[in-house]
Design a protein around this ligand. Structure first.
Ligand SMILES: [Zn+2]
Length: 473
């Protein structure tokens, strides 16, 4: 026995919300499902639609590739470019979910509604496009007894902005392959990730407006994102929180091993595939890293380099048994192994040096330029070797602009410390060059080489440190 189901994922202005309520009621009455929403990418549509000098075609034409059939009024070159981007994205997401796409994804991608003949678009799709947004509508049959998806066909209607078609294409793939796209936080977070993904890269590639919004907002509690039952009336701002959480969980080595199976469980409708079940035991750690990400990320930020070290054991230093650790220039906060009490005085020795980019001078652990020594051997100049498990790229990556100005009070290359205590961080402080350090508070001491948080990957070098508790004598 089968039933008919329709899923709709829409992006619309707030004024449309009433209309949507009516539509949902109508669909619900007919035994259908609908989950309209906003699409973050719509915010980009004003800024970057490319003006082509080529004459505009008179109306929509069809373009197809291995996995897509696109009806669009875009000029041929742009249409082909879009197809290429969609294919690349689909390769990435289907690889991620381990399910090669099996069915053509049909899309209506519109730049200028005026050149589309009447009746050439579904009225709901047309509405969404008028709102400069997108919608994925799918029809399908499911076995009512097993709940198993028998067939589904999705259609995307999207404004011709690169972000919107790609966002909607992720939904279309999920609907056709799995019958749905999961709870809102997952469906929208992953769809937003879809148009930001780059092969083999974990750097942040989102829209600048996302950085500005998230860095300038009071952080939304993690559980408020995950537990929200709000499937519908929503804002592009909410998409950014979901994206941030999905980006963190999908890329941070502390969490990504569980995130993919969780996603597959969600898409397979397994009842135990919930955020709480999978991550409940790590919820404090995730909340901490999520907050940290929101406070420090920018374009180019890599969670692989800044993942928190939850494993290293800490202890109190003794006068006769110094604690030794190493701090790498290209990582975020690193465990010193030392627990400190407020006012404790340490003798610190630091050996080593670092550089903050391929062509910058060598610096001491206190950010002081070192006198030119013999030229270092250069085995592989200008190549970036990021030591993260996920980053397989070896060629130099283009530098992404910073959206937020780095306002650190410390000198670049300065060894800086912070105290971690019950999932909270102290204000950072410089480790003084004179070899004497007085703990400003209580907690586990973490250390790093001062540099912009989104510019860590090109740093080289490391520093070895020794902490010895000073005795009164
Ligand atoms: Zn969506």
């Amino acid at each position: 026995m089968t039933s008919h189901a329709t899923q709709a994922d829409a992006a619309c202005g707030k004024s449309r919300w009433q209309a949507w309520r009516i539509l949902i009621l109508l669909l619900a009455g007919a035994g259908l499902l609908a989950s309209p929403d906003f699409v973050l990418a719509q915010t980009a549509s004003k800024s970057k639609s490319k003006k082509s000098d080529a004459p505009q075609p008179a109306g929509p034409r069809d373009y197809s590739s291995a996995n897509f059939l696109v009806h669009t009024d875009l000029p041929e070159a742009e249409a082909n470019d879009l197809l290429k981007r969609l294919e690349t994205m689909l390769t990435l997401i289907s690889k991620y979910w381990g399910r090669p796409n099996k069915q053509t994804i049909e899309m209506f991608v519109v730049r200028d509604l005026a050149v589309w003949p009447p009746n050439s678009l579904d009225p709901v799709g047309r509405e969404m496009i008028q709102q400069k947004a997108g919608i994925t509508m799918s029809t399908g049959t499911v076995n009512r007894q097993t709940g198993k998806l028998l067939a589904a066909k999705a259609r995307v209607y999207a404004i011709a902005d690169r972000g919107v078609p790609q966002h909607e294409a992720v939904h279309a793939y999920c609907h056709q392959m799995f019958g749905h796209a999961g709870p809102t936080w997952y469906a929208e977070g992953m769809a937003e990730m879809g148009h930001c993904w780059r092969d083999g890269e974990s750097r942040v590639h989102c829209l600048p407006i996302v950085v500005k919004y998230l860095r300038g907002s009071e952080p939304k509690p993690l559980l408020a994102i995950v537990n929200s039952r709000d499937q519908t009336g929503d804002s592009w701002q909410n998409y950014t929180w979901r994206w941030a959480l999905c980006h963190l969980l999908a890329n941070n080595p502390n969490y990504y091993d569980r995130f993919r199976p969780l996603g597959l469980g969600i898409l397979a409708d397994q009842p135990d595939a919930t955020f709480e079940r999978v991550y409940g035991s790590m919820s404090k750690e995730i909340a901490f890293e999520y907050l940290f990400f929101l406070q420090h990320f920018d374009l180019g930020y890599e969670v692989t380099l800044t993942a928190w070290d939850w494993k290293t054991k800490f202890r109190h230093a003794m006068p006769k048994a110094p604690i030794v650790c190493t701090v790498e220039a290209n990582r975020g906060w690193q465990a010193s192994r030392v627990i400190v009490r407020k006012g404790e005085e340490f003798e610190v020795s630091a050996e080593g040096s670092w550089t903050l980019s391929a062509d910058s001078p060598e610096l001491s652990p206190f950010g002081v330029e070192l006198p030119n020594q013999k030229p270092p051997e250069k085995p592989a100049p200008a190549k970036k070797t990021v030591t993260s498990k996920r980053n397989l790229k070896t060629e130099a990556l283009e530098e992404l602009p910073s959206i937020i100005r780095d306002e650190s009070p410390f000198k670049s290359g300065q060894l800086v410390g912070v105290l971690f205590n019950d999932y909270e961080l102290s204000e950072p402080f410089a480790i003084p060059a004179d070899g004497s350090f007085v703990a400003p508070g209580e907690g586990q001491l973490f250390l790093r080489c001062e540099d912009a948080w989104n510019r860590l990957a090109d740093n080289k070098g490391k520093v070895s440190l020794k902490f010895k508790l000073k005795t009164d004598n």
